[in-house]
Design a protein. Structure first.
Lengths: 296, 331
């Protein structure tokens, strides 16, 4: 009854890890070109995006809005570079378009722009103002269930973002309606723009909060590909309640001077820093979409 | 009475201005939802705890599987509605005017208007007429803050019949809508068979000295003003501007050309609402004297609706005075 759309591109963890590294290189190159944007969050999420798009999601890049697709909502719109790089690497749009991040007349807006006005394949709805994604995900999950459809809905939230009250309104709605076709993935990197999360506003005990709100909670290393894959399988088996993956990650993962440093939340690397970053993220068999230092 | 020229097709036959049928506009919303639910399985309704007050309880009882309670959480309600629209549904999100617009403004802006989601935001209890509840519940800014949003359509029906028709019609346009109505019983006087023309103003009365452009309950109030003005031999065109956005620019410009001056009437702030919208059109296309009837940059207070209309200067008497001022300003 349900066609398997996903055609997983990679099943081998090493292949997935190499793609995640290429996506990290893409993020650095995009930010070098745009000279504006967020470095830390996107680098930290590269493994989770790779696991979703290159293995776990039901999707068809050539038919991005197929009715059988799994839904992905990016509540933290500012980490758009990792989403754009992933979508492009997965074939949703040409790699060359990654050069247009944050450029006028482009589809790769600083924060994801709506499908209806900008038309970037793979994006469902605008995000950027924080705290709004989970409500949308719950609504879509309810609509899918009403239509008796098996699509799964994923919502990616930041940890600092969880201060927004709407997140917990949505969590209560998800609990009340027992939306077991919904998984929220929290990027728990302990960093937000002003400082470390616990210095800005105490968030712990985070797992207990989600449990108290009626979610089945999974705590994982968000950089361990095998663990990410296995957990996505596990959340789909949860019945009668929504699920939450708290993925412990490092902001700026893969670039030593950015790693776990909140100061890299909202800034791009300069040319010198970019060179070091690309040096640390070894080149892959997939190749870069731009040779920034020779083309500029 | 020679100074009043009624357009028959928009008003019910045998309308007795002194004794109209009284009916709730919110009930027109509730009845339309039940009928839509029957004919369209994609219509869903979100409840923010006040389903009895906004008359969505009838839909809830008829189609419980298509009614989603989200608690007293208007921000979440708007986002959930957007998500339901993405799943192919036609969601109606309804609560009181202030909580349908002011509280979740950012959610409406990003997740509904910017994202062009097929969400129908339906606000009851608008304007001064929630009287005794006082200023916190008197939504006087909602039209302004919805009208300013790109992609948002704004409708303010005048009575039960027109609310019913507007709700049915809005499902035919795959865009966000804001539809404003009221709690109390009010005169039900528009012809139920008259088509609701989205974006096209209704001219209810013809006249030559001035045009009143009114919205919502103020259309009836303006009809009462016409009676007062006829006694002073002032002939007035009355336009029901039920669609505030996209506004009927042609009707406004034609009124200014034909009658030389305009009075706008709304149960809402003068700033940003219908008055502002009309003035924007005239300033650009055909400058003419305009007088505004509405809340004068002030919040309301507790009291009976009629007392508040009198105190805040939006009763038929005030409308008639405004018409005379506008006529005087004509060159």
């Amino acid at each position: 009854m349900f066609p398997n759309l996903k055609n997983p591109v990679f099943t081998d963890v090493d292949d997935l890890n190499e793609m995640a590294r290429q996506i990290r290189r893409d993020i650095i190159n995009m930010l070098l070109l745009s000279k504006s944007g967020h470095s830390g969050g996107p680098l930290g999420l590269a493994d989770i995006f790779t696991a979703l798009y290159f293995n776990k999601l039901n999707l068809l890049p050539e038919d991005p809005y197929n009715a059988e697709r799994d839904f992905v909502f990016l509540s933290i719109g500012h980490v758009a570079p990792v989403w754009y790089a992933t979508l492009s690497r997965r074939g949703y749009f040409p790699l060359d378009e990654l050069k247009t991040l944050r450029k006028v007349n482009g589809r790769l807006q600083g924060h994801p722009a709506p499908l209806k006005t900008h038309g970037l394949p793979g994006v469902e709805i605008a995000s950027g103002a924080l705290g709004q994604g989970l409500s949308i995900a719950v609504g879509t999950a309810l609509g899918l269930r009403l239509s008796k459809k098996p699509n799964h809905v994923y919502c990616i939230c930041g940890d600092g973002e969880l201060a927004e009250g709407q997140i917990w309104e949505a969590a209560m709605t998800a609990h009340h309606h027992k939306t077991d076709n919904l998984t929220v993935i929290v990027d728990r990197n302990h960093c937000q723009i002003d400082n470390r999360t616990e210095n800005v506003q105490v968030l712990e005990p985070l797992a207990d909060k989600w449990k108290a709100f009626g979610f089945e909670v999974f705590e994982i290393d968000g950089h361990n590909m095998k663990e990410v894959l296995d957990t996505i399988d596990a959340v789909k088996k949860v019945k009668g309640k929504p699920s939450c993956i708290i993925a412990y990650t490092k902001m700026g993962r893969g670039v030593s001077f950015m790693e776990d440093n909140y100061k890299w939340h909202g800034v791009p690397p300069n040319d010198e820093q970019g060179k070091i970053a690309l040096g640390e993220l070894a080149a892959t068999k997939y190749g870069d979409f731009v040779d920034y230092y020779n083309e500029k | 009475m020679n100074y009043i020229h009624k357009f028959e097709n928009y008003l019910i036959e045998d309308l007795d201005l002194s004794k109209p049928e009284l009916k709730e506009t919110r009930r027109g919303f509730g009845d339309a939802l039940v009928d839509l639910g029957k004919s369209n399985p994609d219509v869903v309704v979100l409840g923010g705890d006040v389903s009895g007050s906004v008359r969505t309880d009838m839909f809830r009882d008829a189609y419980p599987e298509r009614f989603f309670s989200v608690g007293i959480a208007e921000q979440d309600m708007m986002g959930t509605a957007a998500g339901l629209a993405l799943a192919g549904k036609i969601p109606f999100a309804s609560t009181y005017g202030e909580f349908a617009t002011g509280r979740p403004f950012d959610q409406i802006r990003q997740s509904i208007a910017y994202s062009v989601m097929n969400v129908k935001i339906c606000a009851s209890h608008c304007g001064f007429t929630v009287g005794p509840d006082g200023a916190t519940h008197q939504s006087l800014e909602d039209v302004g803050i919805m009208r300013i949003l790109p992609h948002m359509n704004v409708i303010t029906p005048v009575d039960y019949n027109q609310t019913y028709r507007a709700i049915i019609e809005c499902t035919k346009v795959n865009e966000p809508f804001y539809i404003r109505f009221y709690r109390d019983n009010s005169p039900n006087y528009t012809n139920p068979d008259a088509p609701f023309k989205f974006g096209k103003a209704d001219t209810l009365y013809e006249g030559s000295d001035c045009t009143i452009i009114a919205s919502g309950l103020m259309v009836w109030e303006s009809m009462m003003a016409l009676e007062l003005l006829a006694k002073e031999k002032i002939s007035v065109r009355l336009i029901n501007m039920h669609t505030i956005k996209p506004i009927d620019r042609d009707a406004i410009v034609k009124a200014a050309k034909d009658t030389g001056c305009i009075v706008t009437c709304e149960d809402h702030q003068k700033i940003g609402g219908l008055g502002g919208a009309v003035a924007e059109v005239l300033a650009q296309e055909y400058p003419a004297p305009v007088e505004f009837i509405g809340a004068s940059d002030t919040f309301g207070e507790s009291g009976k609706a009629a007392e508040l209309y009198e105190k805040y200067g939006i009763s038929s008497r005030h409308i008639a005075e405004a018409v005379k001022r506008a006529v005087k300003r004509k060159k």
